[in-house]
Write a protein that binds this ligand. Structure first.
Ligand SMILES: NC(=O)c1ccc[n+]([C@@H]2O[C@H](COP(=O)([O-])OP(=O)(O)OC[C@H]3O[C@@H](n4cnc5c(N)ncnc54)[C@H](O)[C@@H]3O)[C@@H](O)[C@H]2O)c1
Length: 438
């Protein structure tokens, strides 16, 4: 016991050194005791108040542990009988042998087009998107409006929200997941690397965890990227080529996704198809992509940066029109075999595929600008710059023979015709439908 005494002195010492006076210890102890009681009372009120607010804000149907797990995410409103009815109605299959598809990233560029196409042919479609502000969220809201008018409901939530995903599968036994939610863009990774890990790795794993454990397991088709080819110099890029030299964190997370997909296929029997998209463009596109902001800047009379590789090397992209990509996605869903696991256990080997979805005709970025000049009837102020080493690669070029053979994939839109459609949409969208281009 005597050994404990010096310890009690230390316990009552203030954390600020030098302010402690030994002879006034008992006085301080009394004052501290009263202050502590007052503090305890105040904090108890704050704590009880916080708990009350927390429960009042919680959706009716979500269980408490689920809400706890959502603390790190933004609070979204979901749950309740009306919400469930909406989810069910959106995912209602209307054609013979149709699918019930959960489309993640449905308010995104590709997600909107794929959702609309699935709905048109009679599949049940439910969207999921967190409407983040990586680019103008009002464009995502406008796409949401478009889908709503065709009967597709987008649930607002994050793919990291396990409780929400479980709830969705409880309400609808999805046959397929079209996973397009991701943090896209190569340059933004230097600004916000965590967002890539959050959505492209943690979010993907969370989705796969839920998919592996539900019964029946859905078949999953998901978006990888041509960026996995990284610093490859062998062209055209074929699925068998090496993909271990990513030039950006974005590419690295997509490559990680491919490896993660392999694991879930191997251990749990999930049917997984990865699609390596090559620079997708078209109406309702992404404002962070060159064809989009070149159009905006050309119209504003701003100069256009055109990158050049070492020794005046041309920078080129295998631009792929959105309708061709959509056909590729539908082809992948249609040929996806069922997952073989149940109750989190594999029952037999399951399908694992990876396809290039490109256009097989790379176009120099300077030609892209020339086409836009003609369509917009403006002269570009070209600013030739060295290609920075911040994630972009010099060229992309897809070999699509595997997708052609397995999915019947055959791109039909050249850059000139595709950009014409994009520009028409752009002028209409940003002038409130008053302008159009021929
Ligand atoms: N567009 C291209 O050229 C291209 C090329 C290669 C690969 N891809 C891939 O295709 C997919 C679709 O791309 P896009 O061009 O439509 O991009 P996009 O940014 O328009 O769409 C992605 C959507 O996912 C949502 N999202 C992001 N993180 C989320 C999360 N954690 N939870 C829920 N929703 C989330 C975003 O709000 C967005 O609406 C992405 O996986 C992208 O990496 C696109």
């Amino acid at each position: 016991m005597s050994q404990l005494k010096p310890m009690s002195h230390i316990d009552s010492a203030p954390s600020t050194p030098g302010k402690f006076k030994m002879e006034k210890a008992s006085y301080f102890n009394r004052v501290r005791w009263h202050t502590s009681l007052a503090k305890l009372a105040v904090w108890s009120f704050v704590f009880l108040g916080a708990i009350l607010i927390f429960f009042l804000r919680s959706p009716a149907s979500s269980p408490v542990p689920a809400d706890l797990s959502r603390r790190s995410l933004r609070t979204y409103n979901w749950g309740g009988p009306v919400w469930e009815k909406r989810v069910r109605a959106s995912a209602q299959i209307r054609s013979r042998n149709g699918f019930a598809v959960l489309v993640t990233g449905a308010a995104g560029f590709v997600g909107t087009h794929v959702s609309a196409a699935l709905k048109r042919r009679g599949d049940g479609v439910l969207g999921l998107d967190n409407f983040n502000d990586y680019y103008d969220p009002s464009l995502k809201r406008a796409r949401q409006g478009l889908l709503e008018r065709s009967g597709v409901y987008i649930v607002e939530g994050d793919i990291n929200d396990e409780a929400l995903l479980r709830k969705l599968f409880e309400v609808v036994p999805f046959t397929h997941v079209m996973h397009l939610a991701a943090q896209a863009g190569v340059r933004y990774a230097m600004e916000n690397p965590g967002s890539y890990v959050h959505s492209n790795i943690a979010g993907f794993v969370n989705l796969l965890e839920v998919c592996k454990s539900v019964n029946p397991q859905p078949a999953i088709v998901w978006a990888s990227s041509s960026s996995v080819y990284g610093l490859n110099t062998k062209v055209p890029f074929s699925e068998r080529d090496r993909t271990d030299q990513p030039a950006s964190l974005y590419a690295a997370t997509k490559k990680a996704g491919e490896e993660i997909a392999h694991t879930y296929n191997h251990i749990y029997g999930l049917s997984l198809t990865g699609l390596r998209f090559f620079t997708v463009y078209g109406p309702w596109g992404r404002p962070d992509m060159a064809y989009f902001f070149f159009t905006r800047d050309l119209l504003k009379g701003k100069s256009i940066p055109i990158f050049e590789a070492a020794n005046h090397g041309t920078v080129a992209r295998d631009f792929t029109y959105i309708d061709d990509i959509v056909r590729g996605c539908l082809g992948a869903l249609d040929t996806a075999e069922k997952s073989t696991g149940s109750g989190g256990k594999k029952r037999g080997p399951a399908q694992l595929r990876i396809f290039n979805l490109g256009n097989t005709s790379p176009v120099p970025v300077s030609d892209l600008v020339s086409i836009l000049e003609r369509l917009l009837k403006v002269k570009a102020k070209r600013n030739i710059m060295k290609l920075p080493r911040n994630g972009d690669v010099q060229f992309t070029h897809a070999n699509i023979s595997y997708a052609q053979m397995e999915l019947g994939y055959k791109p039909t839109t050249d850059l000139q015709s595709g950009l014409k459609k994009f520009v028409r949409w752009y002028l209409n969208y940003y002038s409130g439908g008053k302008k159009a281009v021929e």
